[in-house]
Design a protein around this ligand. Structure first.
Ligand SMILES: *[C@@H]1O[C@H](CO)[C@@H](O)[C@H](O)[C@H]1NC(C)=O
Ligand SMILES: *[C@@H]1O[C@H](CO)[C@@H](O)[C@H](O)[C@H]1NC(C)=O
Ligand SMILES: *[C@@H]1O[C@H](CO)[C@@H](O)[C@H](O)[C@H]1NC(C)=O
Ligand SMILES: *[C@@H]1O[C@H](CO)[C@@H](O)[C@H](O)[C@H]1NC(C)=O
Ligand SMILES: *[C@@H]1O[C@H](CO)[C@@H](O)[C@H](O)[C@H]1NC(C)=O
Ligand SMILES: *[C@@H]1O[C@H](CO)[C@@H](O)[C@H](O)[C@H]1NC(C)=O
Length: 891
């Protein structure tokens, strides 16, 4: 024997003694276990070879170490020893179906463990290193354990061979364990009867080996919720049990699936049951009861279907077959929104014209489609365009994304289209001018917001260089042609129209007279009121800021076309500062104010732009909206919305000439309130304070329905809120000038309140503010009105004789008269604010005529419509502009 063989022998001895030590350590663990069990199996003695104990398996031959403990269903009670983790050769630990209790010990050293079954015991907690470092684990079963609430530890990713994870009724709480998505070998996952909440993680789509998924009957309040789309990716799924949860949305497409059993009972699933489901050949059992399904009855032949009557009644027929075409279309629209449960509650059956939420029908077809503020997400389905009778389509205040389908522009009866306050992107399609479109607060044109369509577009561009070159050539040609054309038109037009002359019958100014006031202008004792009724200050303010309103610029050609080259027949009125033409812009009537180049010439382009800037900021339903402007050489043109009902002046005192019938008291009240609201907005509701300075009946325009809008506003913009007064050169109209303003030029919002009071007096009496035919001390309406108010009898006679009313209306008239008196108080601080007037009048009007309410939707609509219109004009001009520069300033 050599020295080497001695060494080998020594090593063998050492090894076998180590093995023996390990073996005896394993024996100690088993003896320890035997001690802790109150009823160990009868074959377990106090000593001897543990490898012959029932349920214990040791490695044969070799080491003799414990590799398996199988004590399932033996009625064992007691606890487990913490030494369990020294069974480092253990491959299987089966303890299910006993009554073991206490803390389940650590298995930290059991790296060979492949199966662990603990179901149905009384363990109360799991160790903090539970599932850590168990790389061989394939089968894990933890059902029916009264554990303290726990969550599946991230350490489970180490068990990458895990095929079965069963842990129903095991107190797993919280969000669905997203870490399970990393276990790509999983074939069976059972987490029923736990306290899971929230949605299924998108990552679960990675579990393509999964054959059985049971998530039913969560016991938490929230249960599992959200969409089940992710299961569609699990192509090997045979059993899916998700009953008794709060899942929403439709059943996803299961084509090419191997599904045998599907139980979705007692959820809030919606939508059409996909045909792909009942075409699955392997399908045997389906339970759909108690959901919010819609559409055609599914055609399950040769399948056990659990479908309670109440669920059946939701389908459009009680047997398989197509739905009414209207239902089909509406459900296609709902599909775009992901079949929200809120809609599904009512959108079922085959008659949408009954109680379907958001749907109003006339003559059996949908006339109003209104789902504003319903928390909708998803996209607008092109299927909406099949609802051809819809006149109003409102999807505002939702979370809709994607594009507005072009097909919507083909809806022949559409008049109002509202999609404000969503996240729609790409471009707003071009609707007919007759459609009122409200689409503010969206993502139109935000190409850099990382939207997918843009990057997809970019790829397409790259891949097709030939097309790019073709398009470039076409664009260059187009530009040249258009350039030539415009040049030609300009030359022609330049000969056609001449500067306006406004000399003539100017009884009152119609000119735009905004100015940005020089704040350091001092009245300087200059109290002379100008000789005209109205006056423009030609102050030369130093404007340096950038104007926001360039986008409203219209080309002269468009306005020439609109007014038939400023045809005399189109003249609506002449004033001291220009001529107003009636125009037709893309089938919409407008008023085009062509400013007198003589007066305007002294004003620079910059100053004009400053005024435009002010005007565009002021938008309200009771203010006449500026739609656009044009500068061309010395020409300065302003485009306003056209008001077909004439001026208040024509309706009050020029009846004979205008041919209008006298206004009723309600009509006057409504107009007074409209005006008050417009002025109130100017004064404070717009972000800045504006003062009109020239409020009078001829500046109050009426529409067809005799609703009023104030025009010629924006005379003065107050620089900031702290200083509500400012010196200006006096501009205004005799009779309506507040005393302090006429004498000092100090302008505050109370100047407008005074003028408003005068207008109220005119509306009550039907008299002009100044009547030269009367004796000197009676020429001014304010003086004589205030005087007459002191005597009831006199006052009654003083009121417009065309008014005809009972005691109720008389009472309201007296209140208005009182308001008028307050408004015209000599001291400005005794005059109320405009919002006080609004409140007084609106409460009076409510009492007097309860049904008369301002329709806010309508007003927003018309306002947006203007912007939409403007957008169209801009495009006609080939002007490139940000498609979402239009913003509305609603109150
Ligand atoms: C949940 O397990 C407990 C024992 O821990 C058992 O009593 C109960 O019946 C089980 N519940 C369900 C729904 O299986
Ligand atoms: C699961 O996998 C994802 C990506 O495959 C990884 O980001 C994540 O960290 C993994 N989770 C754990 C707990 O390791
Ligand atoms: C599960 O949630 C329910 C309701 O929220 C609660 O009553 C119950 O105690 C929770 N069970 C566990 C084990 O967390
Ligand atoms: C299908 O239903 C039958 C009877 O209800 C039942 O015996 C069977 O186990 C079910 N099969 C599956 C896969 O759920
Ligand atoms: C509109 O209706 C027609 C005929 O009913 C149908 O063929 C078409 O697919 C529908 N369009 C959409 C977008 O649903
Ligand atoms: C926009 O819509 C949300 C609902 O989607 C609503 O809560 C919010 O008030 C809306 N914003 C405006 C300014 O209307």
């Amino acid at each position: 024997m050599g020295r080497d063989s001695h060494l080998v022998l020594l090593a063998v001895l050492l090894f076998s003694s180590l093995v023996a030590a390990a073996k005896s350590a394993d024996e100690d663990v088993i003896f320890g276990l035997a001690k802790l069990l109150s009823n160990p199996p009868s074959s377990w003695g106090a000593g001897g070879d543990v490898c012959v104990f029932d349920g214990i398996t040791c490695e044969r031959g070799g080491s003799g170490r414990v590799t398996s403990i199988d004590l399932g269903d033996m009625g064992l009670t007691g606890t487990l020893p913490t030494s369990l983790s020294s069974l480092t050769a253990l491959k299987e630990l089966h303890l299910q179906g006993n009554a073991l209790h206490g803390d389940f010990p650590s298995l930290a050293g059991c790296t060979d463990l492949t199966r662990l079954m603990l179901d149905g015991n009384w363990f109360t907690s799991l160790p903090s290193d539970f599932l850590k470092d168990l790389p061989s684990l394939q089968y894990l079963s933890l059902e029916d354990l009264p554990l303290k609430p726990w969550s599946v530890p991230d350490a489970i990713v180490g068990s990458s061979l895990l095929e079965t994870f069963s842990a129903s009724n095991a107190s797993i709480a919280g969000a669905f364990p997203a870490v399970l998505a990393n276990l790509s070998s999983l074939r069976s996952l059972r987490l029923s009867y736990n306290n899971l909440t929230g949605g299924l993680p998108a990552g679960l789509a990675e579990l393509i080996a999964l054959e059985s998924l049971q998530l039913n009957n969560q016991m938490s309040d929230g249960k599992l919720s959200g969409s089940i789309d992710v299961v569609a990716a699990m192509k090997n799924l045979r059993l899916l049990w998700i009953q008794s949860n709060k899942f929403t949305g439709p059943i996803p497409d299961f084509s090419n699936s191997q599904l045998e059993a599907l139980n979705v009972r007692d959820n809030r699933l919606t939508g059409v049951v996909p045909a792909s489901l009942y075409e699955i050949k392997t399908l045997r059992n389906v339970s759909l009861t108690n959901n919010l399904f819609q559409g055609p009855m599914p055609d399950f032949r040769g399948v056990n279907v659990d479908l309670a009557a109440d669920t059946v009644s939701r389908f459009c027929q009680s047997r398989p077959g197509p739905c009414d075409p209207l239902v089909t279309t509406l459900l296609a629209v709902a599909a775009g929104f992901g079949y929200p449960a809120e809609l599904a509650e009512t959108w079922n059956g085959n008659t949408p014209c009954g109680n379907w939420i958001g749907i109003v029908c006339s003559n059996g077809d949908v006339s109003i489609f209104d789902l504003h503020n319903r928390g909708l997400s998803g996209t607008i389905s092109p299927a909406i365009a099949n609802l051809t009778s819809v006149g109003k389509l409102d999807l505002s205040n939702n979370h809709l994304t994607g594009v507005i389908p072009d097909t919507l522009t083909t809806m022949s009866n559409l008049k109002i289209f509202i999609v404000s306050n969503n996240s729609l992107d790409s471009e707003l399609p071009k609707f007919k001018p007759s459609v009122k479109v409200l689409a503010d607060r969206n993502q139109f044109g935000k190409s850099d917001s990382g939207s997918q369509s843009v990057s997809a577009g970019a790829l397409k561009w790259k891949s097709d260089a030939g097309m790019i070159i073709g398009i470039l050539v076409a664009v260059v040609l187009l530009v040249i042609i258009v350039g030539l054309f415009v040049h030609h038109r300009r030359k022609k037009n330049a000969e056609k129209f001449r500067p306006v002359s406004s000399k003539g019958s100017a009884d009152e100014s119609e000119m735009m007279k905004i100015q940005v006031v020089e704040t350091n202008w001092s009245a300087n004792g200059n109290t002379a009121v100008p000789a005209d009724y109205s006056q423009v200050s030609a102050g030369s303010a130093n404007i340096t800021h950038l104007f926001e309103s360039h986008g409203m610029q219209l080309p002269i050609e468009v306005l020439l076309k609109a007014t038939d080259n400023f045809n005399e027949d189109c003249i609506l009125g002449k004033g001291g500062f220009g001529v107003v033409f009636k125009g037709n812009l893309n089938e919409r009537l407008v008023a085009v104010k062509r400013c007198d180049s003589g007066t305007m010439g002294t004003k620079g382009q910059q100053e004009f732009m400053a005024e435009i800037d002010v005007l565009t900021k002021v938008r309200h339903r009771h203010l006449v909206g500026l739609l656009g402007y044009c500068t061309h050489g010395y020409e300065r043109l302003l485009v306003y919305e056209y008001m077909s009902g004439g001026t208040l002046r024509e309706h009050l005192c020029d009846l004979q000439r205008s041919g209008y019938t006298p206004l009723t008291w309600t009509q006057r009240m409504t107009i007074a309130l409209d005006v008050a609201r417009g002025i109130e907005y100017l004064h404070g509701l717009a972000q800045e304070t504006f003062i009109h300075r020239d409020l009078k009946p001829s500046n109050i325009l009426l529409d067809q329905d005799l609703r009023a809008k104030v025009s010629d506003f924006g005379l003065v913009k107050l620089a900031n809120d702290t200083d509500k007064s400012m010196m200006t050169r006096v501009a205004g109209t005799f009779g309506y000038l507040a005393p302090e303003y006429a004498t000092t030029g100090k302008v505050t919002t109370k100047v407008d309140v005074y003028a408003y009071g005068v207008i109220l007096m005119e509306m009550i009496t039907g008299r002009k503010v100044l009547d030269d035919s009367l004796p000197d001390d009676e020429t001014h309406l304010v003086t004589i009105f205030r005087r007459n108010m002191l005597d009831k009898e006199k006052f009654r006679k003083f009121v417009d004789p065309t008014l005809d009313f009972g005691p109720e209306a008389w009472k309201s008239l007296l209140e208005v008269a009182d308001l008028a008196r307050h408004c015209t108080a000599r001291e400005q601080n005794q005059r109320p604010d405009m919002c006080h007037c609004v409140n007084r009048l609106s409460s009076l009007l409510d009492e007097w005529k309860p049904t008369e309410v301002d329709d806010d939707d309508e007003c927003e609509t018309s306002e947006m419509h203007l912007n939409q219109q403007l957008e169209k004009w801009r495009c006609d001009d080939f002007t490139i502009s940000d498609s979402d520069t239009f913003s509305t300033f609603n109150m």
